[in-house]
Design a protein around this ligand. Structure first.
Ligand code: NAD
Length: 390
């Protein structure tokens, strides 16, 4: 169990771009980063509206001189200070991720970036090369990966509890956008506009989440080819989809499906991951994240509970409170941010041994998500045909 003892020698000096007043995800970043003293928020360019962003930053207790009008001013202003920022989180609409992440890496900063990392594989690989050349960490906030029961699922698959993996059944299918809510919602409006969202809506916005979880739980599965069909049930969203079905053929014969949807009327989140092996299956649902179903063929189904002594030590190490209490998304994100802080500090020290102990969504996960979206769109726009992966 994690009890909040600092995991780094001191908090990393940290800023945010985006995530300002009224944003959907800004608070999750701050709640996670600040929780365990891995980071100290000292600066920001929080908003597309500079005055509102400055007001917001001052309200958070920041020095007004360090509440900047945009990311260029932030990086330049902080580079000129002896106590300037060492890391930045990017929580802006998708179209800005590439230029802001590139500028941050060029300024020598560690980066945490929202998903999808950027629009194209070419851009994602350019960021990967830049991060490697500059020796900087890029964390990507696939936040659900920080749940202890995802770690438990990974450990059980690795131990062979399921037998050979045959099927992967994934979905993130909410119903929040079953009508044109974007007419009244700015944070939905950019999501259905390709200039801001990129080549997809639900594939990149939500489908990449369970996809990443499946890659954590069953890392040996490599997609060989896929077929995707996408629809715009709210017609004004075309060419972007509000629903998509993806079939995935893995190397070695396993098969997978991903249902990505914003029009699953009546559903709230409905993110589920089911992994089916030759002898047993696991299922995890993000609306009940403290539980993991384990079903062995021919035996009564079991529900494993977070925090219980029968779980794998790596899963127990991610707990913040004892069993029986509910943990949630903030704890999961805090686990990610803790790893980001340790990775950034270890990178600065050149501590390869420490880095090798860490498991977190880094730049490779960001590239993989963009590759999946790009390949799904290629398949869908060719009429829903099988296309080779990679
Ligand atoms: P939002 O529209 O609710 O908020 C965006 C924020 O960014 C606003 O504060 C806006 O003023 C600010 N902003 C926009 N352009 C800016 C710029 N150039 N410089 C500085 N600030 C700018 O969006 P959101 O829902 O918070 O999504 C932001 C990002 O987070 C998206 O990439 C989205 O895909 C991602 N997201 C991830 C998760 C997750 O689970 N990891 C969940 C929600 C959103």
């Amino acid at each position: 169990m994690f009890n909040g003892e600092p995991q780094t020698a001191r908090p990393i000096r940290w800023a945010m771009v985006g995530g300002g007043r009224g944003s959907q995800i800004g608070y999750s970043h701050r709640a996670a980063a600040l929780r365990d003293r891995g980071f100290a928020l000292v600066a920001g360019a929080f908003d597309i509206d500079p005055a509102r962003g400055r007001d917001f930053g001052v309200g958070l207790g920041l020095d007004p001189a360090r509440c900047y009008s945009d990311y260029q001013a932030l990086f330049a202003g902080e580079a000129a200070r002896p106590d300037g920022i060492e890391a930045v989180s990017i929580a802006t609409p998708n179209n800005t991720h590439f230029p802001i992440a590139k500028a941050a890496l060029e300024a020598g900063l560690h980066v945490v970036c929202e998903k999808p990392l950027c629009f194209t594989v070419a851009e994602a690989e350019a960021l990967q090369r830049l991060a490697e050349a500059r020796g900087r960490v890029v964390g990507v906030t696939y936040g659900y990966a920080g749940y202890p029961m995802i770690e438990q699922a990974r450990a059980m698959v690795a131990r062979g509890d399921l037998g050979a993996i045959r099927l992967v059944n994934l979905q993130f299918a909410h119903g929040f956008h079953n009508t044109a809510v974007e007419l009244d919602s700015p944070s939905t409006r950019w999501r259905v506009d390709p200039r801001f969202a990129g080549p997809s809506y639900v594939l990149g916005d939500i489908g990449t989440h369970p996809l990443y979880l499946s890659q954590v739980i069953a890392p040996e599965l490599k997609i060989a080819r896929l077929l995707c069909a996408r629809q715009s049930f709210v017609a004004s969203r075309a060419p972007l989809e509000d629903n998509a079905m993806t079939l995935m053929q893995y190397e070695g014969g396993a098969f997978g499906t991903v249902w990505s949807s914003a029009v699953n009327a009546g559903a709230t989140h409905s993110q589920k991951v089911r992994i089916v092996g030759a002898k047993a299956s696991l299922e995890w649902w993000d609306e009940h994240p403290n539980q993991l179903s384990f079903e062995v063929q021919g035996e009564p189904a079991r529900v494993l509970d977070r925090g219980m002594a029968y779980l794998h030590p790596d899963a127990l190490a991610l707990d913040h409170i004892s069993s029986g209490h509910a943990e949630g998304l903030f704890e999961a994100w805090a686990n990610l941010y803790r790893s980001f802080a340790i990775a950034m500090e270890a990178t600065d020290r050149g501590d390869a041994a420490r880095l090798a102990t860490l498991r977190y969504p880094g730049i490779a996960a960001g590239v993989a998500g963009v590759r999946w979206v790009e390949t799904c769109v290629r398949s869908a726009d060719a009429g829903g045909v099988w296309v080779d992966y990679g």
